[in-house]
Design a protein around this ligand. Structure first.
Ligand code: NAD
Length: 493
């Protein structure tokens, strides 16, 4: 890692791309309007960004449709598409520090995380999907006789992607990598809190040889740009990562427009089950990572700890020590492990949960909103114990560094508590008993069960939820299912 002085110096000289990227060039919003992109760690406006609207989405969708229909990308061979995407990978790698700074400045996360996790992760995910695309085979059905029935995977057409702010570059790449590799055209809407890395990404994609119109980026607000994309009659598929409430809106938009496919990765309130035979130190280390990493602004954060009553006091003490060891600080300082919350509005919302937690549960660590430099958009790592099952801090997704600890007596009670939520994104189980681990991994109704770790995730394995955590999977070869339609071609000869 470089020094704080290095990152601060580089940050002050960055050039921000701030217009819509449509048809292979930067253009202002049709309305001429802009909105300020704010660094939450300082309160400063980084740049004024084009505030897209219905007209901009329409232009972007038209550009994407034209590019798809004339085959400039969709009908290239997979190997050629792979080469372009791998050139994009190389360009992101060449500009890795700039991407790390863009996301740190835009949403407040520590530079150590954007440098070591977000940007290398994005590069890896793009590379993995690019390299996969010329290794996916279609099928031939066993018809026999004088018939050949091919089952072909076809790109869908125009894919709209609406992504959140918690991992701005990663979330864009999770959608874009399989969608583009499969031959689709795209219109990407980054979150209004963090549009800068997506705009730079589009420019680099063009430099890598992605034809004009294949990738378009329209920044702006959810109710305006997001809704326009969700309702557009010429969008074939809408992929979304964000809150459950907005996910439900996209289902409505699709139903009220052209019945486009909708795939949703939404909220979570993931439980972390700790049994008495577990390695409690390792469990506490990972639990602290799971809830405090990225300021707790992680959909699969294990925000609930369910601990066996016989080891509850031990675990609560371990979590207190770990929480108090992390102090919020300047995100540009490579020593900082807890940065700013994404904006002051979200900070205020998390602070309301802190107040509610104090009324309903026992505060073990943290519990306050704090000021660092000129900004009060920071929250202390916080642990609550003795949390009743109806407390808002254990029922609602806080999306902040706030852990709610409850106890259980036996496996059945642990499962009942684990399932007492509308969400089903992830769960963790800590035990040395392999039978218990396998049994619980089968019975837990979630998208990912991590045993003796938390938040297990890789390009090789699908990621997504059940219940109100959504449906459809990002990552792995299964991600291509969302971006392709099966077509049967039957030849009788
Ligand atoms: P959000 O739902 O408010 O916003 C997500 C995106 O939707 C943004 O681009 C936003 O502009 C857009 N949007 C907002 N209102 C809209 C509307 N009315 N119509 C159309 N688009 C609209 O979520 P957020 O606060 O940005 O992100 C946090 C949420 O994302 C959390 O709930 C978190 O769990 C979820 N998340 C889920 C995953 C996952 O993979 N399951 C990953 C990361 C984040």
């Amino acid at each position: 890692m470089r020094s704080l002085a290095h990152y601060a110096g580089r940050a002050s000289s960055l050039f921000f791309r701030n217009q819509c990227w449509i048809g292979g060039r930067f253009v202002p919003a049709a309305s001429g309007r802009c909105f300020g992109s704010v660094n939450p760690a300082s309160g400063e406006v980084l740049t004024d960004v084009a505030r897209g609207g219905v007209e901009d989405i329409d232009r972007a969708v038209q550009a994407a449709r034209k590019a798809f229909d004339d085959g400039r990308w969709s009908r290239l061979t997979p190997a050629v598409r792979k080469d372009v995407l791998l050139r994009m990978v190389a360009l992101i790698r060449d500009n890795a520090e700039e991407f790390a700074l863009l996301d740190t400045l835009d949403m407040g996360k520590p530079i150590s995380e954007t440098v070591n996790v977000d940007v290398p992760g994005s590069i890896h995910f793009l590379q993995w999907h690019a390299e996969a695309i010329d290794k996916l085979y279609d099928e031939v059905a066993p018809t026999g006789g004088r018939d050949v029935a091919m089952i072909r995977r076809m790109p869908l057409g125009v894919v709209g992607a609406v992504v959140p702010w918690n991992f701005p570059l990663d979330m864009a790449i999770w959608k874009l990598a399989p969608a583009l590799a499969a031959g689709n055209s795209m219109v990407l809407k980054p979150a209004e809190q963090s549009p800068l890395s997506a705009l730079r990404l589009a420019e680099l994609a063009s430099e890598a040889g992605l034809p004009d119109g294949v990738l378009n980026v329209v920044p702006g607000f959810g109710e305006e740009v997001g809704q326009a994309l969700g309702r557009h009659p010429d969008v074939d598929c809408l992929v979304f990562t964000g809150s459950t409430d907005v996910g439900k809106l996209f289902m409505r938009y699709a139903g009220e427009s052209n019945m486009k496919q909708v795939w949703l990765e939404t909220g979570g309130k993931s439980p972390n089950l700790i049994f008495p035979d577990a390695d409690l130190d390792a469990g506490a280390d990972k639990a602290a990572f799971g809830i405090f990493f990225n300021q707790g602004e992680v959909c699969s954060a294990n925000s609930r700890m369910l601990v066996h009553e016989s080891v509850a006091d031990d675990m609560i003490e371990r979590m207190r020590v770990r929480a108090e060891a992390i102090v919020p600080g300047n995100p540009l300082d490579p020593q900082t492990r807890m940065g700013a919350m994404v904006d002051v509005r979200h900070t205020a919302r998390v602070a309301e949960f802190l107040a509610s937690g104090r009324e309903t549960a026992r505060l073990v660590a943290g519990g306050s909103r704090v000021t660092v430099g000129a900004s009060d958009a920071f929250i202390q790592p916080t642990v609550f114990a003795d949390v009743p099952s109806d407390a808002p801090i254990v029922r609602e997704e806080i999306f902040g560094p706030v852990l709610a600890i409850q106890t259980f007596r036996d496996e059945e009670e642990a499962l009942r508590l684990a399932h007492d939520t509308p969400y089903g994104l992830a769960a963790s189980v800590w035990t040395r008993d392999i039978s218990r681990a396998l049994d619980l991994s089968e019975r837990l109704n979630v998208g990912t069960v991590s045993v003796n770790t938390v938040d297990a995730l890789s390009a090789m394995t699908p990621f997504g939820g059940v219940k109100q955590s959504g449906f459809g999977r990002d990552l792995s070869l299964h991600s291509f299912d969302k971006y392709t339609a099966l077509k049967t071609v039957w030849i009788h000869y």
